[in-house]
Ligand binder design. Structure first.
Ligand code: ADP
Length: 249
């Protein structure tokens, strides 16, 4: 089976600064892949490259055997690459349901202009069903009519995951999904991810390794833009090189 993501020499420069430096990875689809590293080590830039928000300066990116190096974020969403962001990115003036339908409809009908989406597709039974199923998964089905601005921070993050799930993902990329959540909310998201991983490849960035050690099956460590180590999470986090770079010990 082709790898979920395969990169060769993937590099991203911002002017003279190299944020991601010659990264070669073969990320398998049958496991939860974690990416850790100190702040500023290039984790979010790596996600931006995999999801098409930036083109790489050099190198190539394959998704499930297909070269996607210079394709747009929209194209990658249509291939099944679904992501959440480090900062909450839902439309705060819309309701939970409107946010869901807008995002889901946009995946199905990428050629359309956004404002028309809701009105045109709110009655589409396939989209409604997909949205409802995703909201149930993330525990928000009783909040469909609430304005997103009035949701708790944790619920907004859950809505982001719900939106990502409603896009028929073949891979779910999560950028620090626990940031700002309470312990109870973290437990809920972790349980959800344990269920999702049974049938969906997950790639997760997390600054705090302790949060994901039970979840991830393969761990990548970034430092100053380079991928310095990968492997079994429990072995990787005890490696002296990682301890030195990551924990400063
Ligand atoms: P991490 O997610 O590991 O905290 P980032 O990928 O966000 O790291 O950032 C890696 C480095 O790249 C940082 O030094 C950051 O300032 C820089 N960087 C990220 N995005 C941009 C950008 N759009 N323009 C300039 N520099 C950037």
């Amino acid at each position: 089976m082709a790898a979920l993501f395969k990169t060769q020499g993937m590099t991203k420069k911002f002017g003279q600064f190299t944020a991601v430096n010659k990264v070669d990875i073969v990320m398998e689809a049958d496991r939860v892949n974690g990416v850790i590293g100190p702040n500023g080590s290039g984790k979010t830039t790596l996600f931006n490259l995999l999801t098409g928000f930036f083109p790489p300066t050099y190198g190539s990116i394959d998704f499930m055997g297909q070269n996607i190096t210079n394709t747009s974020p929209q194209h990658r969403v249509s291939l099944g690459i679904s992501r959440t962001f480090q900062l909450v990115s839902v439309f705060s003036t819309l309701s939970v349901w409107e946010n869901m339908v807008l995002s889901t409809a946009k995946v199905h009908h990428q050629d359309q202009k956004v404002p028309w989406f809701y009105f045109k597709y709110a009655g589409d039974s396939q989209i409604r069903q997909q949205c409802m199923e995703s909201l149930e998964k993330v525990g928000l089905s009783d909040k469909v009519n609430e304005k997103t601005a009035e949701l708790s921070y944790g619920d907004k993050r859950l809505l982001e995951i719900g939106i990502a799930l409603s896009m028929n993902p073949k891979a779910l990329l999560l950028d620090e999904p626990f940031a700002g959540l309470s312990d109870i909310e973290i437990e809920f998201v972790l349980q959800l991810l344990h269920e999702l991983k049974q049938h969906l490849p997950i790639v997760i960035i997390e600054h705090k390794i302790s949060k994901i050690i039970e979840l991830v099956e393969h761990l990548y460590v970034m430092k100053e833009g380079s991928m310095i180590m990968e492997g079994d999470p429990r072995k990787v986090i005890d490696d002296p090189v990682v301890l030195e770079c990551y924990w400063g010990k």
